[in-house]
Design a protein around this ligand. Sequence first.
Ligand SMILES: CC(C)(COP(=O)(O)OP(=O)(O)OC[C@H]1O[C@@H](n2cnc3c(N)ncnc32)[C@H](O)[C@@H]1OP(=O)(O)O)[C@@H](O)C(=O)NCCC(=O)NCCS
Length: 284
Amino acid sequence: MHCSSPKMVCETKIVADEHDAIPGTKKDSMMVSSSHMWGPSSASTALNPVEDRDMKKDVVFIREFERGDHVEVRRIFNEGITERIPNTVFRGLRQQPKTQFLYALLTLMCFVVTKSFALTCCAPFILMGARYYYSRKVILGYLDCALHTDMADIEAYYMKPTGSCFWVAMLEGRVVGIVAAQGREEDNTVELRRMSVDARYRGKGIAKSLGRRVLEFAVRNNYAAVVLGTTAVKMAAHKLYESLGFRRTARSDDYRLPGMSRTPLERLFFQIRHSRYRLQLREE
Ligand SMILES: CC(C)(COP(=O)(O)OP(=O)(O)OC[C@H]1O[C@@H](n2cnc3c(N)ncnc32)[C@H](O)[C@@H]1OP(=O)(O)O)[C@@H](O)C(=O)NCCC(=O)NCCS
């Protein structure tokens, strides 16, 4: 067994689940070594049962979703989405020069109309407050939408259909990370979705191993490419996908999240950047 990242050596070891040893199952129908495409993969290392017993405490297992994981999976997903609210309000504004200009103009207009320094000094706080209100409303609306569609019934949505799957990363008997793969027959690609790691366990290579699991799944199932879309504001998600070999194929600064109403006020106080990534596995 070896670790994919030097920092994991003394912290956390990541190993494959038992399902890798069972050829012929729906999800692992082909055993194809593809590590050269995205670097060495500790997630595909075979597990020695004796070693397994001895190391269970500090080992991260990547395994397929089971019904009992539901509550923890929803918690990790929930936390991963809600932490985007402050990120979108403050960091997100740095990515929106037009909005910065508009807010400066509104503050100036406030002074011209009221001639009051006190009111003008309050204007940026009022604008940021409105930004927080609308970001919270839209992001919680998006979360609610997800929790009532695929995340409401992971078994039906990801585990039953051929070409889709959902994995969890387990540490000390608890779920610490999640990721889904959704096959798209129309263009022979698989979409990587719902990637999230419990905030207490980040920076240990868990997301990278979950990502590799999706790539291995795509190769085994003969998909031509893995694609994904992200509205993550922090660099971590973008660096993660780039480090796995993904390339950005499109970017939009005015993305419409599911559940948005697009009223003028919502458009003034909520904008989100959306990036699409693709990793080509083979030529079509
Ligand atoms: C993005 C996220 C999944 C990363 O999880 P993680 O387990 O901490 O990531 P890893 O430790 O596997 O790091 C993988 C790569 O990501 C990048 N990365 C991770 N954390 C980073 C950070 N804080 N800053 C910059 N890059 C970072 C690095 O390139 C790293 O590779 P390296 O260590 O070889 O340089 C995690 O921060 C998260 O769950 N965020 C909230 C939900 C989210 O935004 N999901 C993505 C939605 S598309």
